[in-house]
Design a protein around this ligand. Structure first.
Ligand code: NAD
Ligand code: DAU
Length: 339
């Protein structure tokens, strides 16, 4: 059995990754380490211990707590660490950068130290396309571009990428980095564009579109990203960075309109609001490196992926109703009340 640590497994991508691994890698035994912040939901992983006996367990811990992390590493002797734990929402990083630095930078350093000390065979760090900054209407991000992050979130992710590089060079850690574009799919917290718009439209509530709605993101179905993460963990070359993208560039307003159309709601629900400060205009990924090296490319096209996603939210109203009834109300009021 390969002993694997997934951090952040109760978040959006982490939940999907755990399910992907348990279904597709029968000789992997996984520990999910998650602090259960506002974005971590233990409900997402209910039933995994029973469905995969002896192959899944959960530990509540903070990646930025060296004592707790070391204890877990000592006890489990991981072969592979996959780090997804992070503060992930750009708007929250603009409100308060501190927790982003603590989790996304200090937390990564703590994990890297534990990996060295406990002789982990491979460390996979999940980064993001946002470390490259923003594109104009032409071109795409390649792995050899300089880092040019524009938000506290993306700056914290870029700092972590540099720490991973330093641990490879200085301590000989075997590590790889993935950088992916915007994910969508089941279990995404409804503060992010797609689930927020689905949930608001469902309730006939206004859909807040930042600026003129013409900012562009490249959308990848979360399962394609998870397949790529596992592939890079297994076959990626130490020290390399691998981009992933969905080959589905869309203006935000296009996404919002397609959600309204699928839910048969009128466009009068759209409300243009004050733009996000430092709002990156466009992201687009050149993923030819992982295509050539590891034969990866996205399989789910946007039309079917967005249908699956909206259907999942429609079939799982109790999941997001529980989120909406908690602290999320205060966040929504702070973020959108005066906008
Ligand atoms: P998310 O916010 O949905 O989940 C983050 C998870 O990390 C939560 O379960 C949370 O409880 C946990 N966590 C936060 N702080 C922690 C700490 N100190 N210790 C342990 N656990 C902690 O995030 P996501 O969208 O699933 O993103 C996962 C990773 O993928 C992040 O590193 C993010 O930067 C990266 N990423 C996300 C996207 C995307 O579109 N969502 C795209 C590219 C890369
Ligand atoms: O590109 C990868 C990144 O994608 C990840 O690293 C981040 O963790 C993830 O949150 C995501 O960042 P974005 O800022 O691109 O995602 P978000 O869903 O917050 O916003 C997508 C676009 O939609 C962006 O241009 C801002 C816009 N938007 C967002 C919200 C929440 C709106 O117009 N209205 C909104 O209410």
């Amino acid at each position: 059995m390969t002993k694997v640590l997934v951090t952040g497994g109760c978040g959006f991508i982490g939940t999907n990754l755990l399910k992907y691994i348990l279904e597709n890698k029968p000789d992997w035994k996984v520990v999910n380490l998650d602090l259960l912040t506002y974005a971590g939901n233990l409900e997402n992983t209910i039933g995994l211990e029973d469905a995969y006996p002896g192959r899944y367990s959960f530990i509540r811990a903070d990646i930025a707590d060296p004592a707790g992390v070391n204890e877990v590493f000592r006890a489990h002797k991981f072969d592979l660490v996959m780090n997804l734990a992070a503060e992930s929402h750009v708007d929250r990083s603009i409100e308060d950068a501190g927790i982003f630095i603590r989790t996304n930078v200090l937390g990564v350093q703590v994990l890297l130290d534990a990996a060295i000390r406990n002789k982990v065979k491979r460390f996979l760090h999940v980064s993001t396309d946002e470390v490259y900054g923003s594109l104009g209407s032409q071109g795409s991000f390649r792995e050899d571009l300089p880092l040019a992050p524009n938000s506290p979130y993306s700056a914290s992710k870029a700092a972590a990428d540099l720490l991973v590089r330093a641990y490879i060079k200085t301590y000989g850690l075997d590590a790889v980095i993935t950088r992916c574009s915007n994910n969508y799919g089941p279990y995404q917290f409804p503060e992010k564009l797609i689930p927020l718009m689905v949930v608001n439209a469902y309730h006939d509530k206004e859909l807040p579109v930042y600026g003129d709605g013409k900012n562009v993101r490249d959308w990848i179905y979360v399962e394609d990203h998870c397949r790529g993460i596992v592939l890079v963990a297994e076959k990626g070359k130490c020290g390399e960075i691998y981009n992933m993208g969905g080959d589905a560039e869309k203006e935000n307003i296009e996404i919002v309109r397609s959600i309204l159309a699928y839910l048969k709601k009128g466009e009068e629900l759209i409300r243009y609001v004050k733009d996000r400060p430092g709002h990156d205009f466009r992201y687009a990924m050149d993923f030819s490196k992982i295509q050539a090296a590891l034969d990866w490319s996205p399989r789910v096209d946007f039309t079917s992926g967005i249908k699956n996603t909206i259907d999942w939210y429609l079939e799982n109203t109790p999941w997001w109703n529980r989120i909406l009834s908690g602290d999320y109300q205060d966040y929504y009021e702070r973020m959108y009340g005066q906008r």
